[in-house]
Design a binder for this molecule. Structure first.
Ligand SMILES: [Zn+2]
Length: 401
């Protein structure tokens, strides 16, 4: 079995681990039974995940104060709490034109965060150097020593082959294609590094901490300068055989359309990614129109901007309708830069979905905007670290001292 395949089999456990951590984080103190109730996981799954977290020194247990043997004479419930301070995680999110770094505790609560604009045509080495630099600065802001970091997660806007961690050819950052990104960042930071696709990380974050907390089957759609989907099926992140699952931006929607960066014609990205929308508006709205300004104008009532965003939603909805028919998810969560347009975008998607999807599948799928906004990817990167940290934490002794 190739390593990537083994990884995807384990991802169910990882997401469940994050859900248990979230319950512990939200409640402060909670019993195993209540974790099972909150997460919908079985008692035995919860017990086994808690045992792992205890073995890692992340969960502390104590009997509920004052409730020693109750009227029924049963055992007092044992309350668990999460020791989020047992280490720190680093998240690195490479966007099309930005770099974001966050440092969190082990419950993915962000302690410090920095962003920096990124030249779209930067080469990977340049990007990695800048990331390493920004990590050092953000750790200093957070007052966290390098020895306390259990790992770093990195999100990249392109397909990632989990086996070798190689960035695939439809990546939106051309300078990164073919790069073994995890190994390169590991060299610079000297901590374990995990890499995943940006849409997958958005899906993971929304499922663990955001709008999809109760969903076992969800699709996260990231609409920015590229378009991609993160699929959580049966509680697992589904990556496909080579990390290409969810490359929705390259579904053909217009056979006579313009040529896409992938070499095909009329891909969804050529009509609904943010660059395509801004291009449509340049003649009427000026050469220096930005995505943020377009969304702001649309919300203020500008007819042209509203039109362009609504049309993008309808084009997205066509493709999404097929996904809903094929996968029958509970939720479709829309994220990325264009999600800031809210219902101006979502209503367009809903309109096409209502027309093109099976009525039962579209009724069964809740269509919402993500709640984590531009932090979704970096939170997913942080969650990736914590969910992978099943191994002994090498830094615990250093931290305890
Ligand atoms: Zn394409």
């Amino acid at each position: 079995m190739p390593p990537g395949r083994a990884g995807s089999l384990e991802s169910l456990r990882r997401l469940n681990r994050l859900r248990v951590i979230r319950a512990l984080r939200d409640e402060g103190q909670i019993s195993r039974a209540d974790i099972a109730r909150r997460t919908g996981l079985s008692r035995s799954t919860v017990s086994s995940l808690v045992a792992d977290l205890q073995a890692d020194g992340l969960v502390i247990e104590r009997p509920e104060p004052g409730s020693a043997y109750g009227a029924q004479g049963g055992r007092p419930p044992i309350l668990l709490s999460f020791d989020a301070s047992a280490g720190a995680a680093v998240g690195v999110d490479f966007g099309h034109s930005h770099l974001r770094v966050a440092v969190s505790d082990l419950a993915s609560t962000i302690i410090a965060e920095r962003t920096r604009p990124l030249d779209t045509d930067h080469d990977a080495t340049e990007g990695l150097e800048m990331a390493a630099e920004l990590v050092v600065e953000t750790l200093a802001d957070a007052g966290v020593a390098r020895e306390a970091v259990i790992g770093a997660g990195m999100g990249l806007p392109g397909p990632i082959d989990q086996g070798e961690g190689i960035v695939g050819s439809s990546a939106i950052l051309p300078g990164w294609i073919g790069m073994t990104a995890a190994a390169e960042l590991r060299k610079r930071l000297d901590v374990p590094v995990m890499v995943d696709n940006d849409a997958n990380l958005g899906a993971l974050a929304e499922a663990a901490f955001g709008a999809g907390r109760d969903a076992g089957d969800l699709i996260y759609l990231k609409i920015s300068s590229g378009i991609g989907a993160g699929l959580i099926l049966n509680g697992r992140l589904y990556r496909g055989s080579a990390g290409l699952a969810g490359e929705l931006g390259h579904v053909l929607v217009n056979p006579d359309g313009i040529v896409c960066r992938c070499g095909n014609r009329g891909c969804l990205e050529t009509v609904a990614a943010t660059g395509a929308l801004v291009d449509l508006l340049r003649r009427s709205h000026g050469e220096d129109l930005t995505v943020a300004a377009m969304i702001e104008a649309a919300q203020a009532g500008d007819a042209g901007c509203r039109r362009v965003i609504g049309d993008a939603g309808r084009a997205l909805g066509q493709v999404v309708a097929t996904l809903l028919n094929v996968l029958n998810p509970e939720m479709l969560i829309v994220g990325g830069d264009l999600a800031g347009a809210g219902d101006l975008l979502l209503d367009g998607i809903r309109e096409s979905v209502a027309r093109a999807a099976l009525p039962e599948t579209s009724r069964g799928a809740q269509l919402v905007a993500g709640v984590l906004g531009e932090r979704a990817q970096v939170l997913g990167a942080l969650a990736l670290v914590v969910s992978e940290a099943d191994r002994a934490l090498p830094t615990r002794l250093a931290l305890a001292g």
